[in-house]
Design a protein around this ligand. Structure first.
Ligand code: NDP
Length: 330
C-alpha cells in the first residue's frame, strides 16, 4: 500500500520535497487489530509544527516515517471484538491507504447522524477547538462584539456562528472576496473584511466594530492581530488559538507587540490547546451535535480527491486554498 513519509525537515515554507511516497507491506492482523481503508484524511495547520524537531506539546514527525493525523476509515477486516467489517472509525492514523490499527486507538463514528467527514471538522477537533476557545475562554455575552481571524477556515467559521448563537455582533477577517461574501451570506457574520485588499486594517476594524472589540478569537497572529488589538475593549478576552501567519517563519517574531494596550485595558489573553479540555469533550460534543441538529451550526468543506493530493492539500492551508475544513478523500 502507498504511504507518505517525511522526507526532510523543512526550513521555512515546506515544499513538495518535504514529502516522499513509498510502497509498504500491510502486515498480517494480530488479535485486537483491524485492517482499515482510509476514507477521509485531515490536513491541519498544526502539522507544520510537527515537521520541525523543536520541542512542542506533541512529538515531532520522524524523518523517514509516515505523517499521521486525523483519519476517518472503514474497517476492511477485523480481529477485534469491538469493530466489525464495514464499521466507520476515527483515529490518529498514518498517511497510508490501508492501515493496520489497534482497537484502542480507534473510535466508532455514527454516520447516521452526520456524514463521516464531519468527524474531522465540525464534530471533531476543529469543532471542539472553536467551542472551548470561545465558550470557556472568550465567554461571550449577548450584545458583545466578537472578531475572529481565519474566519472562513475550519475553526473560524464555527466560532462566528457560535458567537451569533450567543447574541453577539460578529466580524470576520479572511483572505478573499469570495470568503468574505460567503461568511456574511451563508454563516450570518455581521461584517467581514478582506485583509489582503484592505490597506488600513486598524481603521477597517474600527469601522466594523463601532463599540470596540470584546472578544478577539485569534487564529492567525501577526499584523492582523495588531490591528484588532488596537481596537480592544476594557476587560476583553483573547482566546489565542492559532498563529498560522507565523508558522513558516524561520525567526521568532517578538510579540505580542501591543502589551501596553493589553495592560491598560485589563485584557485576558489565553493560549490554549484543545487537548487541555479533553476531560470536557463530551460537553463540547453534546453542544456541537445539538446545534448541528437544530440547524444553528453549519459547515463547509474543501474536499480534494486522491490520496496523492495530501501534500498539496496540506501546503494549500498556508495559501488560503481552503474554505472551511480542508480534507482529502482517498
Ligand atoms: P483553516 O481551515 O483556518 O486553514 C488555514 C487558513 O489560514 C487558510 O485558509 C487561510 O485563509 C489562513 N491563512 C493562511 N496563511 C495566513 C496568513 N499568513 N495570514 C492570515 N491568514 C492566513 O485552519 P484551521 O481552522 O484548522 O486552524 C485555524 C487556526 O487554528 C490555525 O492557526 C491552527 O493552528 C489553529 N488551531 C489551533 C488548535 C488548538 O488546539 N489551539 C486546534 C486547531 C487549530 P485566508 O484565505 O483567510 O488567508
Amino acid at each position: 500500500t502507498q504511504q507518505i513519509v517525511l522526507a526532510a525537515r523543512p526550513v521555512g515554507t515546506p515544499t513538495k520535497d518535504t514529502f516522499r511516497f513509498e510502497t509498504t507491506e500491510v502486515p498480517a492482523l494480530h488479535a485486537g487489530q483491524v485492517l482499515l481503508q482510509g476514507l477521509y484524511y485531515s490536513v491541519d495547520p498544526y502539522m507544520r509544527g510537527r515537521m520541525s524537531d523543536a520541542k512542542s506539546y506533541a512529538p515531532p514527525f520522524e524523518v523517514g516515517k509516515p505523517f499521521y493525523g486525523g483519519v476517518v476509515a472503514k474497517v476492511l477486516s477485523s480481529k477485534s471484538d469491538l469493530f466489525k467489517e464495514g464499521d466507520v472509525v476515527l483515529g490518529m492514523l498514518s498517511w497510508q491507504q490501508q492501515i493496520v490499527a489497534n482497537e484502542k486507538e480507534l473510535r466508532k463514528v455514527d454516520t447516521t447522524i452526520a456524514p463521516a467527514s464531519y468527524y474531522l471538522g465540525i464534530l471533531g477537533m476543529p469543532g471542539l477547538t472553536a467551542y472551548f476557545g470561545l465558550m470557556h475562554i472568550g465567554k461571550p455575552k449577548a450584545g458583545e462584539t466578537v472578531v475572529v481571524s481565519g474566519a472562513a477556515g475550519a475553526v473560524g467559521v464555527l466560532v462566528g456562528q457560535m458567537a451569533k448563537i450567543h447574541g453577539c455582533r460578529v466580524v470576520g477577517i479572511a483572505g478573499t472576496d469570495e470568503k468574505v461574501a460567503l461568511i456574511k451570506k451563508e454563516f450570518a457574520f455581521d461584517e467581514a473584511i478582506n485583509y489582503k485588499t484592505t490597506p488600513n486594517m486598524r481603521l477597517a476594524i474600527k469601522e466594523a466594530c463601532p463599540n470596540g472589540v470584546d472578544i478577539y478569537f485569534d487564529n492567525v497572529g501577526g499584523p492582523i492581530s495588531d490591528a484588532v488589538i488596537s481596537n480592544i475593549n476594557f476587560h476583553a478576552r483573547i482566546p489565542l488559538c492559532g498563529q498560522i501567519s507565523l508558522y513558516n517563519n524561520t525567526e521568532m517574531a517578538s510579540g505580542p507587540r501591543l502589551q501596553p494596550m493589553l495592560l491598560t485595558r485589563s485584557v485576558l489573553m489565553q493560549g490554549f490547546i484543545v487537548f487541555n479540555f479533553q476531560d470536557k469533550y463530551p460537553e463540547g460534543f453534546k453542544h456541537l451535535a445539538q446545534w448541528v441538529k437544530e440547524g444553528k451550526l453549519k459547515t463547509t468543506e474543501t474536499i480534494i480527491d486522491g490520496f496523492d493530493q495530501l501534500p498539496t492539500a496540506l501546503l494549500g492551508l498556508f495559501k488560503g486554498h481552503n474554505t472551511g475544513k480542508m480534507l482529502v478523500k482517498a
